[in-house]
Design a protein around this ligand. Structure first.
Ligand code: 4AD
Ligand code: MG
Length: 477
């Protein structure tokens, strides 16, 4: 007999004489009530064991964490809290779990403890919910772009270029550390290496995606990216997933429209399909907020926040306006910011971004037209010669969730910029070809997938929304 998922049993519209279900025991009460979960849904199904007719040996093995197969009938529940339960006729222990040693005890564990047990944490309601929401959001991303006719491009993970020019890359090499081949000048001789040149893990698929946009029109990438920045924060991972659409003939305004529509679509998609999980996460966040002092509470519940994003346009504000607001803000005047904004040109820190979003505008914000000096080489220079057509989308509680721009499509200006920054033009010959042959206005952006999952789940640490986080000094599992 094929086993049925707990989700389908709980959604059943009628009782069923014979059912089979498999899962893991969450709790076993009074030698009688098994709360069984199989990961298909946040709820457990209650399985009522006829303990008088079940061998003592078997009852002893029904422990938290054990894998069991249960046969019985789906009946209307006598107790409160559930519509249906299973009247058990047979319990088979598939895999024992030593109740004393199993780390996921039926009690509240700290998130830190759960991170240390990332291989078992999806046995909890919280991590089951987070990872189901993450999965649905991934699918929503593909759904959105596929519906709109975008082509999904798999850009390389090992690259020979530094897309962001930030130099925060992990080297990929097959050279031995003890006998590194050297050139006559004493430098590492990458000609001897696997690829015959220096290579890294990609920080972004953008440059390759641009070449595809300039032939297929609308494309997107969705894959892992890597950054060796030593940022031990609740918003940074060394390995994270990025969604990068790139569209030929889109200017910055069209890019902003796309980003806003896309984010609203995927949030709505998750709200429609993850109702139970989001309700659970909403309640969790509310309980968490209650522990905080009044002035640190966010004021809005999770579901309320998500609804707010769906119903309100993102505020579009130029960098110059934002600097004025920040310069005149209370925390700046009272020296409450760690980095005081003195003048135009300053790079914005997350404290500034969060001030704009959470205190000033109280809504998602798209900042655009940043100083060229603080942005990447490929962004389109404005006529003022000092700002570029960049945009960052800032979200409450998250800060930057999207970074993007209109790209510099003019070959001469791009070459000049590359030279000024001391980037080797030879390295980018293929990228520059897009400007040599049929160049056109085009734009794109990158959305940090984990930051989106953070926002939608209401979690506050990025390590809790990716299965096995990679951060400085941590690559367990
Ligand atoms: O702003 P970033 O660096 O932009 C790019 O890489 C562009 N090439 C994207 C493009 O235009 N196609 O990164 C984009 C987004 C950020 O807004 C942030 O959400 C996320 O990626 N991000 C990170 N997420 C987690 N951990 C990190 N270390 C991240 N660095 C960036
Ligand atoms: Mg950025």
């Amino acid at each position: 007999m094929k086993h049925t998922k707990v989700k389908d049993l709980l959604n059943s519209t009628n009782t069923i004489d014979e059912v089979s279900v498999k899962g893991w025991v969450r709790t076993f009460r009074n030698n009688q009530f098994i709360a069984l979960n199989d990961g298909s849904v946040i709820h457990n199904i209650q399985c009522v064991v006829d303990f008088e007719n079940t061998p003592e040996e078997t009852l002893k093995r029904i422990t938290t964490g054990a894998a069991v197969a249960i046969k019985g009938s789906l009946v209307e529940s006598q107790g409160k809290g559930q519509k249906y339960e299973i009247k058990v006729s047979q319990v088979e222990i598939l895999g024992d779990s030593d109740a004393e040693k199993f780390p996921m005890q039926p009690k509240k564990h700290s998130l830190e403890f759960l991170r240390e047990n990332a291989h078992l944490r999806t046995r909890t309601n919280l991590f089951g919910a987070i990872m189901r929401v993450r999965s649905v959001l991934s699918f929503a991303i593909h759904q959105y772009f596929q519906e709109k006719g975008f082509v999904y491009v798999n850009t390389p993970i090992i690259t020979g270029s530094d897309a962001e020019g930030a130099g925060e890359m992990f080297k990929v090499t097959a050279l031995p550390f003890d006998k590194t081949p050297r050139t006559e000048e004493g430098k590492v001789d990458y000609k001897e290496d696997f690829f015959g040149k220096e290579t890294n893990l990609t920080v972004s698929g953008q440059l390759e995606a641009e070449t595809y946009a300039m032939s297929l029109g609308q494309v997107y990438t969705f894959g892992p990216t890597f950054r060796a920045e030593n940022s031990n924060t609740s918003r940074h991972l060394a390995e994270f997933w990025m969604v990068e659409p790139e569209v030929a003939f889109n200017d910055l305004d069209a890019n902003m429209d796309l980003a806003e529509d896309f984010i609203q679509y995927v949030i709505k998609y998750a709200m429609e399909r993850c109702e139970d999980d989001l309700k659970f996460l909403d309640e969790r966040l509310a309980a968490e907020e209650k522990q905080k002092p009044q002035n640190e509470r966010s004021g809005m519940g999770l579901l309320e926040k998500l609804q707010f994003v769906l119903e309100n346009n993102f505020k579009r504000v130029s960098y110059t306006e934002a600097i004025d607001i920040l310069k005149n803000s209370k925390p700046n005047k009272n020296k409450k910011f760690n980095y005081i904004i003195e003048e135009w040109g300053a790079d914005l820190q997350s404290e500034h971004e969060r001030y704009l979003v959470e205190k000033h505008f109280k809504s998602p914000v798209i900042l655009f037209d940043y100083p060229a000096k603080i942005k990447a080489f490929y962004m389109r220079l404005n006529d003022d010669n000092k700002t570029v057509r960049a945009m960052d989308i800032l979200f409450p509680g998250i800060g930057e969730i999207v970074g993007g721009s209109q790209r510099e499509e003019r070959l001469d200006i791009l070459q000049q910029k590359i030279a000024e920054l001391g980037i080797d033009e030879e390295e980018l010959w293929w990228y520059l070809d897009t400007r040599r042959f049929g160049t056109a206005v085009h734009s794109g952006f990158g959305l940090g997938f984990e930051r989106l999952v953070l926002f939608v789940t209401g979690m506050s640490n990025i390590r809790d929304v990716i299965p096995f986080p990679r951060t400085p000094q941590n690559a367990e599992f």
